[in-house]
Design a protein around this ligand. Structure first.
Ligand SMILES: NC(=O)c1ccc[n+]([C@@H]2O[C@H](COP(=O)([O-])OP(=O)(O)OC[C@H]3O[C@@H](n4cnc5c(N)ncnc54)[C@H](OP(=O)(O)O)[C@@H]3O)[C@@H](O)[C@H]2O)c1
Length: 430
């Protein structure tokens, strides 16, 4: 057996606690797989007195997490505190500078500072692993960095936020509205007290920026991701989607287009007969289309102590085995400068839900707005009659360009029969 691999773990919350538990339970197996004993020698968190549900009597407590990077007894730094700035950033930078391999679950850090950190990793010849930062227990970074190395990836999409998927699934299954289901998710611990990061799509955008970098060999660029969350979705949309043969999912999509690399996070209509339409509850899924392998889908738990610790443990085993790979699959000097595709050039079909006053000629006015923007209509659903009352009007368009939809909507909102801002949801023919 080679010398033991000594870990310094910063952060003992859901993931850190989960990792310590996993190491206690699977320690022997991990040693068998990597040929080295793996032990936690030092830990850091904010509150020393908090009961973590794991035995910390044999590990050293360090008040300043950044000190783990300088600790002579620590070989590998495991950063599980979170946050795109210090102390997480300072710890990761100091560890790499001290030539200590780093494992992190921190998507915000990688999404905002990925390229600079990758350069640091290269400069010091020290590996950085971040499997747990995207899709929890699904080994998607490993799949992209290693398993897909023989492919040109043309598109990648997925459900990357369990909280949003839980909310959308529960709304559909129970017929309850967004606010009600969100409150329940918070009570069950599936959603944070401040749910903005999840429901506004930011968490998903962080993950997409990371996946796009590894899949397409481009610099991580969170600024290039177009983001829209699920806050404004109504039960009506979910019901109409059902009726039309779709499910609404918050998708993260990265795709090569003639106008550059498209990176989008927003609610989508996905056909009911696709596998991703049936990824429900807190589950995540990622679909990758590779030039040689074709379509591959991975599904699993995207969060929680066990699944996330599973991904962190895999990274630790890689380090114990001496695996060292370029952070984003290619050396930073070779990252491709693909232009970002402007959203107005996005091509696809759309679902539009309007609330209009039931009055003769309304449909003709809406149709004219679409015709003048050169958008053609595939189908219309108009339900019930209530003269002079607001009623829903749903339209499905043929494939068009987003700029044309924007023009048509601008016309529609000016009609005095249109009583509320329209809801626009892209349809993805996956
Ligand atoms: N939860 C998941 O399912 C999941 C999934 C994938 C990725 N991640 C990522 O994993 C990371 C950790 O998430 P988590 O859910 O485990 O978070 P968490 O439960 O809030 O735990 C965070 C831990 O970091 C410690 N910490 C925070 N700020 C600190 C500071 N300034 N100095 C020292 N310690 C500090 C906290 O200390 P105290 O306990 O003393 O307060 C706590 O132990 C994040 O990057 C997150 O995005 C989480």
């Amino acid at each position: 057996l080679s010398a033991a691999l000594r870990l310094g773990v910063a952060g003992l919350g859901t993931v850190g606690g989960g990792l310590l538990k996993l190491l206690a339970e699977q320690g022997k197996a991990l040693t068998g797989r990597s040929g080295r004993k793996i032990s936690v020698v030092a830990v850091a968190a904010r509150d020393r007195k908090k009961d973590r549900g794991v035995d910390l009597s044999k590990v050293r407590w360090v008040d300043d997490p950044v000190a783990l990077a300088r600790d002579p007894e620590v070989d590998v730094v495991v950063e599980l505190m979170g946050g795109s700035e210090d102390p997480a950033k300072a710890l990761v930078e100091a560890a790499l500078a001290a030539r200590k391999p780093v494992v992190t679950a921190n998507k915000a850090l990688i999404a905002h500072h990925g390229v600079a950190i990758a350069k640091l990793s290269e400069r010091h010849g020290t590996p950085l692993h971040f499997e747990a930062s995207v899709a929890g227990g699904i080994p998607i970074i490993k799949a992209l960095r290693e398993g897909f190395a023989g492919n040109r990836v043309d598109s990648l999409y997925g459900i990357l936020n369990g909280t949003c998927n839980y909310i959308l699934t529960t709304m559909r299954e129970t017929g309850r509205d967004f606010a009600d289901v969100l409150a329940e998710a918070q009570k069950l611990g599936y959603a944070e007290a401040d749910p903005g990061f999840d429901i506004d799509g930011i968490d998903t955008a962080h993950k997409l920026a990371i996946l796009a970098s590894v899949a397409f060999g481009v610099p991580v660029n969170i600024g290039a991701v177009h983001v829209d969350g699920i806050r404004n979705l109504s039960l009506d949309d979910i019901r109409f989607a059902d009726e039309l043969g779709y499910r609404i999912k918050l998708l993260a999509i990265a795709r090569r287009t003639p106008h550059g690399l498209e990176q989008r996070v927003h609610p989508c209509m996905v056909p009911n007969n696709t596998p991703i339409a049936h990824v429900n509850g807190v589950f995540n899924a990622v679909v990758v289309e590779g030039s040689s392998v074709g379509r591959v889908m991975l599904e699993g738990r995207g969060a929680g102590a066990g699944p996330t610790a599973s991904a962190v443990a895999a990274d630790i085993v890689d380090i114990a085995r001496g695996v060292s790979l370029p952070v984003f699959g290619v050396p930073t000097a070779n990252l491709a400068r693909l232009p970002a595709a402007p959203t107005r050039r996005h091509q696809g079909a759309y679902y539009i839900r309007l609330v209009v006053l039931d009055r003769p000629g309304v449909l003709a006015d809406i149709a004219a707005a679409l015709r003048d923007a050169k958008v053609s209509i595939e189908s219309v659903i108009q339900r019930g009659r209530a003269p002079e009352e607001p009623v829903p009007l749903v339209l499905i368009t043929h494939d068009t360009e987003e700029a044309r939809m924007t023009r048509a909507l601008e016309r529609m909102v000016k009609l005095d029969t249109v009583t509320r801002p329209p809801t626009l949801i892209p349809i993805e023919q996956l």
